[in-house]
Design a protein around this ligand. Structure first.
Ligand SMILES: Nc1ncnc2c1ncn2[C@@H]1O[C@H](COP(=O)(O)OP(=O)(O)OP(=O)(O)O)[C@@H](O)[C@H]1O
Length: 277
């Protein structure tokens, strides 16, 4: 399979059973400087429709900075981005409306709202009346709220945590809260989902279960492509159709999980990081 550069946007989904739906994101020549520090330099990558693309690299490689560029938290000093073929200048508060949703490191659920209410709160831009309106007692359509409630419950079922709908997040194990956070992201029906270290704090068994959920995302009825920034190689190797490796802010390798596993430059980057840490 071709590496996920913008010049080779086909992830080879033919014959894999993965729908070629969801959205495509392309980054070309992205650069970010923090004062004199070059955090990203000439980074190009693509997240083709129907793919799960992992961004990995040793500590300080630039993964979070890249994630923040795509979310609009960091303005690049160089380069261009397109989303679904059109120029893309991300603004954090407009991402969901554009069809992009991100999850946070940790879980970021609202205390004091039930699991179901937390998931419903993720759908403000798809809900005509707005769940937020209802929280503040503003007029809303009962039908709209019923639709949203049904959809949120279905998603909690898909994530295997529907039995916790009435519980409060702070009373639940971390792994369950992570699944609720994923349901909340999906209720917004993203076409591109940005996952920021979703495996952080999970056990090996939890990571296996998370992998099964992530791998299925491009094949759902509301399919989405996924860009995944992650340290846990287990998860990355299991779920990604393509992987991009950063080191010192540059792309040092890209390809399939097998190609990345066997790439000496990648091993060297990680070994170097271990030796120097
Ligand atoms: N706001 C900032 N101001 C100054 N330097 C920054 C800022 N954010 C990141 N950096 C620097 O940019 C480089 C890339 O950092 P980044 O957090 O993107 O790496 P990372 O790959 O996500 O690392 P980790 O795996 O440790 O989270 C590092 O040298 C970091 O110290």
């Amino acid at each position: 399979m071709s590496p996920p550069s913008p010049d080779s946007p086909d992830t080879g989904t033919a014959g894999t059973g993965i729908r070629n739906t969801g959205a495509s994101l392309e980054l070309r020549g992205i650069g970010v400087n923090f004062g004199g520090l070059v955090a990203l330099e000439d980074v190009s990558l693509a997240v083709p429709a129907g793919s799960v693309v992992g961004v990995i690299g040793p500590n300080g490689a630039g993964k979070t900075t890249l994630f923040n560029v795509v979310c609009g938290f960091v303005d690049p000093s160089a380069g261009t981005m397109t989303f679904e073929g059109a120029p893309f200048r991300p603004r954090p508060h407009q991402l969901a409306r554009r069809g992009i949703v991100r999850t946070l490191q940790g879980v970021g659920l609202f205390r004091g709202l039930s699991v179901l209410e937390n998931v419903m709160a993720g759908a403000t831009h798809t809900s005509k009346a707005g769940f937020v309106s209802s929280l503040f007692g503003l007029p809303r359509s009962d039908r709209e709220e019923r639709r949203l409630r049904t959809e949120a419950l279905e998603l909690l079922g898909e994530m295997g945590v529907a039995d916790q709908a009435g519980a409060y997040p702070e009373t639940l194990p971390y792994a369950v809260r992570k699944r609720v956070a994923l349901a909340r992201a999906l209720v917004a029906r993203p076409r591109l989902l940005l996952l920021d270290e979703p495996a952080g704090g999970l056990s090996a068994e939890d990571i296996d279960e998370l992998a099964a959920l992530v791998v299925g995302l491009p094949a759902r009825e509301n399919a989405c492509s996924v860009m995944l920034v992650e340290h846990h190689m287990d998860l990355v190797m299991k779920v990604c159709t393509a992987i991009v490796v950063l080191d010192f802010g540059r792309v040092i390798a890209s390809g399939t999980p097998d190609e990345i596993r066997e790439n000496p430059a990648v091993t060297e980057a990680y070994l170097g990081a271990e030796v120097s840490s």
